[in-house]
Design a protein around this ligand. Structure first.
Ligand code: ZN
Ligand code: ZN
Length: 104
């Protein structure tokens, strides 16, 4: 197990779907499946050492922009993050649909 910290690396491989994600400066989640990692305490600060997978549990529309709500699969922390322009519209719709139903 590597305990190397990666400081402010923007390119990463999505641990959920395996896509190579090219960071655009503020990208902190995978545009294909929308999963993220629990690396921030405040958005962008990379101050959390949890490193758990953040699951997109809800998508809301706020002032014309999509906001993704995440729950960490490891520690249960909830965080919100703005959807990026390159995020898959299909996945955003899918998460919205899933939340609309009774979710497990
Ligand atoms: Zn992914
Ligand atoms: Zn966590």
């Amino acid at each position: 197990m590597s305990r190397r910290f990666q400081k402010r690396i923007e390119d990463f491989t999505c641990a959920n779907c395996g896509s190579d994600v090219r960071g655009g400066g503020y990208t902190d989640h995978c545009p294909h499946c929308l999963w993220s990692r629990h690396v921030d305490v405040m958005p962008g600060d990379r101050a959390s050492d949890c490193g758990g997978m953040m699951k997109p549990v809800e998508v809301r529309k706020q002032r014309g922009r999509y906001v993704i709500v995440y729950r960490c699969q490891r520690c249960g922390a909830v965080k919100k993050c703005r959807a990026a322009p390159e995020d898959s519209p299909d996945m955003l719709a899918e998460v919205m649909r899933r939340f609309g139903r009774c979710h497990p």
